[in-house]
Design a protein around this ligand. Structure first.
Ligand code: BJW
Ligand code: ZN
Length: 292
């Protein structure tokens, strides 16, 4: 099979230098070297559960306690992680390039914590730290919440160890599937302070749910506005829509495509095209070199 993409940094640097309208599409691989698990492949298991099965309205309706324990774990891991060099390099690119937009599928809060300019960061799938009423018919309550655990029942199991003095043991217990999960009922879970009828849920976008309307409008307007020079696709399997579809939408506006991924098989949904770049490896190592 012939490879159509190129992998030399010189030609990429030359193109970036001439570029003014640049998109970046970000996925879980960006945060992998910060120690956060990905969704698909080896990283996609939480205890015995497939992460992509828990990220659904159906799973939450059937077992809100289980789904909240998964998100409580993710909140805990994210708060204890730090942004890596790639998060900082993308924030710096946005700062020096006013027409750069980063479309992040990540909900971990690491790009905001790397001081990425807020107007140049679109959180396609929401945030672990937005929490909202689970009422379908629009109670509408929303808050920003960094409390870990959000309620006492969602504390990570500690086996009697003090989390402030025994962090290593705590982290070991988190991933130890032999530590049984508590069965939680609605009164153990965070309650909506507004309607006082429903429980709260993580403010993330689950399968079958619409992406935030203002985010969709911002992205659509950006793509429609004028030619795009480049889209940089970092650490995503590019399997989830509409996010993955932005690669071809950018191509249609003239963009060249640059993919940074550990896995060559995670090609853009439409396949490779002549003129694409592919850089294989850890985003935290490659992205700062590509953007320097
Ligand atoms: C590294 C690395 C290192 C590892 N360095 N790289 C069109 C066609 C087919 C289906 C659809 C379609 N349009 C819509 C759909 C349905 C569905 C969908 O896309 N299904 C497909 C799976 C088939 N989409 C939706 O349902 C979306 N909603 C929607 O379309 O609504 C329409 C609507 C309109 C009006 C009313 C109602 C509805 C919503 C999608 C929401 C996705 N949500 C999740 C969970 C978020 C919350 C949470 O975090 O728990 O988002 S699923 C999960 O996947 C999460 C991620 O953001 C997303 C993408 O995953 P990502 O980031 O790519 O991670 P991985 O693990 O897949 O890949 C990691 C990559 O990194 C790999 O490539 C590694 O190799 C690499 N890597 N280490 C560099 N160090
Ligand atoms: Zn409510």
């Amino acid at each position: 099979k012939t490879t159509v993409y190129q992998s030399d940094m010189e030609s990429f640097h030359a193109h970036l230098k001439q570029s003014t309208r640049v998109l970046a599409l970000l996925g879980a691989g960006l945060s992998a070297s910060s120690g956060l698990p990905t969704f698909r492949g080896a990283g996609g298991l939480w205890r015995t559960h497939q992460a992509t099965h828990l990220a659904t309205p159906q799973a939450f309706a059937a077992n809100p306690g289980l789904v909240w324990q998964f998100y409580s774990y993710r909140r805990h891991m994210s708060l204890n992680a730090t942004p890596n060099a790639a998060h900082y390099a993308l924030a710096a690119l946005a700062q020096k390039m006013p027409q750069c937009q980063c479309l992040s599928q990540n909900v971990d809060g690491l790009s905001p914590r790397a001081h990425h300019p807020a107007g140049q960061l679109q959180l396609l799938h929401g945030s672990l730290f937005d929490v909202k009423c689970s009422d379908q018919d629009g109670c509408g309550y929303k808050e920003i919440n960094y409390t870990d655990p959000i309620v006492p029942a969602l504390a990570i199991p500690l086996s009697g160890h003090d989390p402030t003095t025994d962090v290593a043991r705590q982290e070991a217990d988190v991933s130890n599937i032999s530590t049984p999960l508590a069965t939680l009922s609605a009164q153990d879970l965070p309650a909506c302070p507004s309607c006082k009828k429903h429980i709260l849920r993580p403010g993330v976008v689950w399968f079958g749910e619409a992406l935030p309307r203002s985010v969709l409008r911002t992205v659509d307007d950006y793509i429609a506005a004028s030619d795009i020079d480049l889209i940089i696709v970092i650490g995503t399997s590019a399997k989830v829509f509409p996010a993955a579809g932005y690669i071809d939408e950018a191509r249609d506006q003239g963009a060249r495509v640059c993919v940074v991924n550990m896995d060559e098989n995670d090609a853009p949904p439409g396949g490779w095209e002549a003129g694409d770049w592919f850089f294989r490896g850890d985003a935290a190592e490659l992205v700062p070199k590509l953007l320097e």
